[in-house]
Design a protein around this ligand. Structure first.
Ligand code: BG6
Length: 484
């Protein structure tokens, strides 16, 4: 299969925080890959903007190094890299003062899309937005891209929305949640809304429960200072896991259109019931044999921040009445494995007298790694001797099904940046969506802060704290094994 690459309109993309970690790891290598794929037109340009006093040449060297480090070797083409670097300029800019803005203004061209990526601390959003306007750099068609964390609670998220709204309309603001840029996450919508097979069963009548797991093996070493103020709830649940839950639980939108999709997601977030403390388990990883634990990595000996969380969540609407959604995510777990598993109810009447007694269908959508889908179905155990049943997978690996095309799939950032240039907001969070997510998250966090709850220790390389197992056992259910 040959992948189809449709070039986007010519653009000037300014990356504030152009020398930062995200720019080096994701944004610049991602843009290079899109260039290589032929998606960037000849006259598109990238302008790095940061405090450091660098020449264009020095910034290009930095971009070249980022490509060498973060782009797979087989995609590093000397000539393409040189051509790509030719499209890059740099401005040293003072986000809170006046230095550099006139130069940036002079670099911007008419008749191309102007996009501004705010890869900086949220405290600078207001200053940058204001100066873009003051210096006539942004126009009514310009787009701005902002990163998570978008606030740390409802009040701060509202304040950020208000600061941006002073100078930009909602249609100009692209709030990134990189999970929405993942191929398999979008596949959730394709599976649900382009197949007649699943949707009729997609409701409380037929679904027993849903499990959403985002397990990571990495620790927070190196980013402990940020993480300790955040924790798994703010870092993963309020955004990425909430988006996954929305895509599973939302009603079919009338069209795959930005506001139609986001309206439906918003309804799900608003329908989330408050979560009671006994339906939450928080964990913190212990030290391992050769490695420090969370406490050492966060450098806060008294830290009560969770590096793991499991929750039982209910969506309070007609479709999902009584269907629990079990969510869990954590660092330093047994394997890097993210999946969504939808367990269907038993058939209403058992005609087989097999000893097992359970006849369970499970649809597993593997988000990463080994992206694919697995439908567990019951069949007859082979051989004579009566009707014994067994569960087997109808297994589809996207890599096998799609061949080379699966390898060429753009990474989340590449896709999302191209969507910004195309002016397509479907995979970005709307302001009201982010606020609704915080409105649900805030009381949960406030609750454990008020009670002084401490997370439970768990061993690195395990499946998380013991109590998390109990969260499901109490309901007569069990977590799926965490494995790659
Ligand atoms: C980020 C979180 O948003 O997502 C990190 O801040 C987390 O803590 C990361 O590790 C996970 O992303 P991915 O794409 O590796 O699943």
């Amino acid at each position: 299969m040959v992948s189809r690459v449709i070039p986007v309109d010519a653009f000037d993309l300014v990356i504030f925080g152009g020398t930062g970690d995200l720019a080096k790891r994701k944004i610049l290598p991602g843009l290079y890959r899109r260039f290589l794929a032929g998606q960037m037109t000849e006259n598109s340009r990238i302008i790095g903007a940061a405090r450091a006093d660098l020449t264009d040449a020095a910034f290009r060297t930095l971009v070249g190094e980022a490509i060498a480090e973060f782009v797979p070797k087989d995609r590093q083409d000397k000539k393409a890299i040189a051509d790509f670097l030719d499209k890059i300029a740099y401005v040293s800019i003072d986000a809170t003062g006046e230095g550099g803005w006139a130069k940036l203004q002079g670099l911007m061209r008419d008749n191309v899309v102007r996009a501004f990526y705010f890869s900086v601390a949220p405290s600078l959003f207001g200053d940058i937005a204001e100066r873009l306007h003051l210096h006539g750099i942004a126009d009514a068609w310009s787009r701005i891209v902002v990163e998570k964390p978008f606030g740390r609670d409802l009040d701060s998220a509202r304040a950020l929305n208000a600061v941006l709204a002073k100078h930009f309309t909602e249609a100009q603001i692209y709030r990134i949640d990189h999970y929405l840029g993942k191929e398999t996450v979008q596949n959730l919508m394709a599976v649900r809304f382009a197949n007649i097979l699943f949707e009729p069963l997609w409701k409380a009548e037929y679904i027993d429960h849903v499990q959403i797991t985002v397990a990571e093996t990495v620790s927070v070493d190196g980013r402990g200072a940020y993480y300790d103020k955040s924790g798994a709830m703010r870092d993963m649940v309020q955004n990425h896991m909430m988006q996954l839950l929305c895509l599973i639980a939302m009603e079919p939108p009338y069209h795959f259109d930005p506001d139609a999709v986001r309206d439906e997601k918003l309804k799900v977030i608003r329908a989330l019931k408050p979560v009671s403390p006994e339906h939450i388990v928080r964990g913190q990883y212990n030290a391992g044999k050769d490695e420090g634990g969370y406490i050492e990595h966060s450098e806060n000996p008294a830290s009560k921040t969770e590096s793991y969380i499991a929750l039982k969540v209910n969506v309070s609407n007609w479709r999902w009445q009584g269907v629990p959604f079990y969510l869990r995510t954590g660092k330093r777990l047994r394997a890097r494995a993210s999946e969504i598993a939808i367990t269907f109810k038993q058939p209403p009447h058992a005609i087989f007298d097999d000893a097992k007694g359970w006849h369970e269908n499970v649809l597993v959508i593997r988000l990463q790694p080994n992206e694919g889908m697995n439908l567990m179905v019951m069949i007859k155990e082979p051989g004579p001797g009566g009707m014994r049943l067994m569960q087997v997978p109808l297994d589809m690996s996207f890599a096998d099904a799609l061949g080379d095309e699966a390898e060429d799939v753009p990474d989340a950032y590449e896709r999302l940046i191209m969507d910004v240039i195309r002016g397509n907001q479907t995979l970005f969070m709307r302001g009201d969506e982010v606020e609704a997510a915080w409105a649900w998250t805030d009381p949960i966090i406030q609750g454990w802060e008020a009670r002084g709850d401490k997370p439970q220790g768990y061993d690195p390389g395990s499946s998380g704290p013991e109590d998390a197992l109990m969260l499901m056992h109490r309901d007569g259910r069990r977590w799926r094994e965490i494995k790659e």
